[in-house]
Design a protein around this ligand. Structure first.
Ligand code: ADP
Ligand code: MG
Length: 298
């Protein structure tokens, strides 16, 4: 039997704890999670006997901490990137659901650091434990806002083009930075985060409407000259709430559609990959174009 295509795409759900504000407001959780059944239940009233249920590859209740999330769902992807495959991790959800906390978390906090920071430690710990192989690690960091791509580690006011070259998909002019340890790569993340919120095209309001993509390319050369290359994309997606809200009205719908063209296209591409459809519309957005060789290819 051939492997189902869905094997390559996994969807997990993480539920954050209620915030203090939500608790004060008297809000309560309307979902229950059963990690042993990979199922989320939607509890509409306290005595709901037949709650609606949703099945995922994994579900994480709010007791799952950053380390657990990394070990359970991210670590295997970083391991395969270290073996020369491409991998991508997205965080999808409404603004305030915990995408940035999950992807980035709090720098310099062992307890609160997110997937990106754990990945830095993991990659360099692996490299320092391997003899006879030479590693080259490069990182870049970009943002997509209203289908404009900008370099968060270069000049964020300049628009960049995405091109299909013989060597693969390239963002023309995107800066790439060689890094040798977790500190150097963390400094890049910090620099990009600063550009994301203070740059000309990246006001605070826009950060929840933009996608950010942190890419790590790991090349390795063995003593006999054999080489391998793996690429890891860590993506903090725009808030998904704009989709529903803007669908209703005319001019605003257009703006909304453009803001979230990437989010819509990503959904379509993933559906096409999962159902094994022959036509996968990577070219419908910058994000899917950019991630083509990680979503469908290697
Ligand atoms: P998003 O990026 O999806 O808009 P954030 O990551 O900024 O959301 O999270 C919103 C707030 O909730 C932040 O204050 C964040 O620190 C907090 N938060 C999110 N997830 C968790 C979690 N699993 N545990 C504790 N606090 C969290
Ligand atoms: Mg965020």
């Amino acid at each position: 039997m051939s492997q189902p295509k869905t094997e390559n795409i996994k969807v997990v759900v993480r539920c954050r704890p209620l915030s203090e504000k939500e608790i004060k407001r008297g809000n309560f959780e309307i979902i229950r999670m059963d990690p042993s059944k990979n199922t989320v239940y939607l509890i509409k009233k306290p005595d709901d006997q037949e709650p609606k249920s949703f099945l995922f590859n994994s579900v994480y209740p709010n007791s799952a901490d950053q380390q657990f999330i990394y070990d359970d769902c991210a670590r295997p992807i970083i391991d395969s990137v270290l073996e020369g495959y491409n991998g991508t991790i997205f965080a999808y959800g409404q603004t305030g659901t915990g995408k940035t906390y999950t992807m980035e978390g709090i720098i310099n906090s062992e307890k609160d650091k997110g997937i990106i920071l754990h990945a830095f430690d993991h990659i360099f710990a692996h490299i320092s434990g391997v003899k006879n192989i030479q590693f080259l690690v490069r990182a870049s960091y970009l943002q997509i806002y209203m289908e404009d791509v900008c370099d968060l580690l270069g000049d964020p006011s300049k628009k960049l083009h995405v091109r299909q070259l013989d060597s693969g998909i390239t963002v023309v002019g995107l800066s790439s930075h060689i890094v040798k340890n977790p500190k150097e790569i963390t400094d890049l993340l910090l620099k990009g985060a600063k550009n994301r919120t203070t740059g000309a095209t990246a006001m605070n309001q826009q950060s929840s409407r933009s996608h950010s993509v942190f890419t790590i390319i790991i090349e390795q050369q063995e003593e006999d000259g054999r080489t391998k290359m793996g690429k890891l994309n860590l993506v903090d997606l725009a808030g998904s709430e704009r989709l529903g809200k803007t669908e209703a009205t005319g001019q605003r719908a257009k703006e909304g559609a453009k803001i979230n063209q990437s989010l819509l296209a990503l959904g379509n591409v993933i559906s096409a990959l999962v159902t094994g459809s022959k036509h996968v519309a990577y070219r419908d957005s910058k994000l899917t174009q950019l991630l083509q060789d990680s979503l469908g290819g290697n």
